[in-house]
Ligand binder design. Structure first.
Ligand SMILES: *Cc1c(COP(=O)(O)O)cnc(C)c1O
Length: 372
């Protein structure tokens, strides 16, 4: 007799939605290696004293764990509004389990069947999946050769194809390039749809935030996350600044009690200690700049980045270079345009291992480079 879980049935035997047939679950490899530079995390964990505070907050919640959490997460949203500034209150802020969930909620509310979402590629690899999962048509327009949004072309395309939602990541992942608020404003001027600016890496950038556009553009959503600069990827907290009516729309589609009480209290403690959690951001920027310069010195092509990661290459066989680094315990990301790899800023020791590892790989295999 076989256990129910071992019966010979596969995905192909299930009545799966047709558009999901043959699909793989998304995910960067989660490998147990000494140097992880592949998912753009902040490499510095919270201090022992901050962890102590978080533990106390969880213990304090324990006596209410039999009750549902605050569905509206008002305390947390108030702290997020204070952090964002720009005169926002909790009514302008929404929070969910990572900005991934915020983006799905946005498409649940404003996308859907017969509707479309426009993005500028190459960009974040999750956008097509949010579109697929919400039955929203996914439309892309190519970025320029230096990975900027061609705003004139975007304006023309939006006028002719009338997307319901436009998403611009700035700094963009995986290219690290910035779209300025003045360009976002031009896009807002020509669309009657929703414009989402994904500012997941804003703290690493010196460009102004599109939050400054909110008073003039009620159909703008600025999405943020605590996963990157904030060193809180494991806490799963994404949020967005928007007009209160947009927040009301997202409240319609959210699952009841979507944000656990544990997430809410720990995120509140993290926000109370924002200065500490963000204290390494300036250093990580310097680490990124020094690392980019070092690769340029050896003649590699490096894409200028305003984020905590950057693209480098270009390699005729990027997978071989990725594997060569992995063999030395250094995990980077095989993503982005042909021939490039992406690495994020780690600790000083991690970066040293990355650079030494890469030099060794390039020396040994004489990897053919594609000259720009
Ligand atoms: C990492 C990242 C996010 C953040 O996702 P979370 O769900 O908040 O962890 C959002 N957008 C982009 C472009 C990212 O790279």
């Amino acid at each position: 007799m076989s256990a129910p879980g071992t019966r010979a049935i596969t995905l192909a035997d299930l009545p799966l939605r047709p558009e999901l047939r043959g699909e793989e679950p998304y995910g960067a490899p989660q490998l147990d290696v000494p140097v992880c530079l592949n998912v753009n995390e902040n490499p510095y964990p919270p201090s022992p004293s901050l962890r102590e505070h978080m533990g106390q907050a969880v213990a304090g919640l324990g006596e209410r764990l039999n009750r549902y959490p605050d569905r509206e997460a008002v305390t947390l949203r108030t702290k997020l509004a204070d952090y964002l500034g720009h005169g926002l209150t909790y009514e302008n802020v929404w929070a969910a389990n990572g900005s991934n969930e915020i983006m799905v909620q946005i498409l649940q509310a404003f996308g859907g069947p017969e509707r479309s979402v426009l993005t500028f590629t190459p960009s974040y690899s999750m956008y097509p999946e949010y579109a697929r999962d919400t039955h929203t048509r996914y439309v892309t327009a190519p970025r320029t050769l230096d990975f900027r949004v061609d705003v004139d072309a975007a304006v023309a395309l939006i006028a002719s194809s009338r997307p319901d939602v436009v998403v611009v990541a700035t700094p963009n992942n995986p290219t690290g390039t910035v779209t300025e608020p003045s360009d976002i404003a031009r896009i807002l001027e020509v669309t009657s749809g929703i414009v989402v600016v994904d500012e997941a890496y804003q703290e690493f950038s010196s460009a102004p935030s599109c939050l400054e556009l909110l008073p003039d553009y009620p159909r703008l959503i600025v999405s943020r996350t605590m996963s990157k600069a904030f060193a809180f990827a494991g806490g799963r907290l994404g949020y967005a600044g928007a007009n209160p009516s947009i927040v009301d729309a997202l409240r319609i589609v959210r699952l009841p009690y979507h944000l656990s009480g544990l997430t809410q209290v720990v995120a509140c403690v993290a926000l109370d200690h924002a200065d500490e959690l963000l204290s390494q951001v300036a250093h990580l920027r310097d680490v990124r700049d020094a690392s980019m310069a070092r690769l340029r010195e050896v003649g590699l092509d490096v894409v200028n980045s305003a984020s905590n990661f950057y693209l480098f290459g270009r390699f005729a066989d990027r997978h071989a270079v990725w594997q060569g680094l992995l063999d030395q315990g250094v995990l980077v990301r095989e993503t982005g345009p042909d021939g490039y790899l992406r690495v994020c800023a780690g600790t000083d020791e991690e970066m040293e291992r990355f650079h030494l590892g890469l030099e060794r790989v390039l020396d040994k295999a004489r990897h053919e480079r594609i000259v720009p």
